[in-house]
Ligand binder design. Structure first.
Ligand code: PLP
Length: 281
């Protein structure tokens, strides 16, 4: 697979970054992930806008204009023949002697690569997944898509060891979001509920699209925090992310949600999102 690193296209396993890169030493960087469907980027402007915002929040200048970043994304999709999968990109503050302050006159490191992945026919989209709740131990600026992902690594590993495929993170009894996803419930009186954006969670691009699509389809939406107890009592639950679209959640902490199978509104929203993704190119 071909990657892009600082102006060069090269095989991914030959791409090298210095051990003094601030991404390696401080996790001083930002990343972004866009889906590829039928060889085309999905909802990419939304991801580029979030990338730009996250970079701005940590005072990291983008090494190239966003239009150039999108060109590189497309070039990688073509070179790697990606039909379905993701494009990953990250910017770090660059290579400099280890010191906390921002170094002067360093060039940010820009890395981009693709990963093939089955999205539409993914088995978990059919079966739904099991989620495990865990305390959200992350920092106070989760709206920034930082490459510092240790809390998510630990949460998702604990979920994995419990036979679950996603971690649902909980703060003060309220669900914040998934380890790498936004989370939704559908109440027994058919209201789609998801937590409002704030510094407590990442503003999901898929989440944003789903809220707009649900409103268009006259599905009742409430953006408000919800508790684990309310989630366990919900009719349906699902998560969203660029790389998994809408994925049903059928158990939380081994308790069945609804009848323990993917719910009708979840399945409908997945289809609606797939249509949107195909049209968003
Ligand atoms: N929340 C977190 C913590 C994430 O890591 C992600 C995506 O990876 C999301 C939410 C979903 O965001 P998006 O739909 O933009 O992929």
């Amino acid at each position: 697979s071909i990657a892009y690193l600082n102006g060069e296209y090269l095989p991914l396993d030959e791409a090298r970054v210095s051990v003094l890169d601030r991404g390696f030493l401080f996790a001083d960087g930002i990343y972004e992930v866009s889906a590829v469907l039928d060889g085309h980027l999905v909802d990419n402007q939304s991801h580029l806008a979030r990338f730009e915002r996250s970079l701005g929040e940590i005072f990291l200048p983008l090494p190239a204009p966003m239009s150039r970043v999108e060109e590189i994304e497309k070039e990688l999709i073509t070179r790697n023949g990606v039909k379905e999968g993701v494009v990953y990109m990250q910017v770090t503050r660059g290579v400099a002697p280890r010191d906390f302050h921002f170094p002067e006159n360093v060039k940010p490191t820009l890395l981009m690569f693709t990963q093939a992945k089955t999205i539409i026919d993914s088995p978990t989209a059919k079966s739904g997944i099991k989620a495990k709740t865990l305390e959200d131990i992350r920092w106070a600026r989760r709206d920034i898509k930082s490459i510092a992902l240790l809390a998510q690594v630990l949460a998702k590993q604990a979920a994995h060891e419990a036979g679950c495929q996603e971690a649902w993170m909980v703060e003060d009894g309220f669900v914040t979001e998934g380890g790498s996803s936004s989370v939704f419930i559908i109440t027994k009186n058919n209201v789609l509920v998801t937590r409002p954006n704030s510094h407590a969670l990442l503003p999901g691009c898929t989440r944003k699209a789903i809220l707009a699509l649900a409103a268009e389809k006259n599905i009742r939406v409430e953006e408000r925090p919800f508790t684990v107890a309310e989630a366990l009592d919900a009719a349906e639950a699902f998560f969203t992310s660029a790389s998994a679209f809408v994925t049903p959640v059928v158990t939380i902490d081994d308790q069945a949600i609804g009848d323990g199978t993917p719910g009708p509104t979840t399945k409908r929203l997945r289809e609606i999102y797939i249509d949107f993704a195909r049209a968003s190119r």
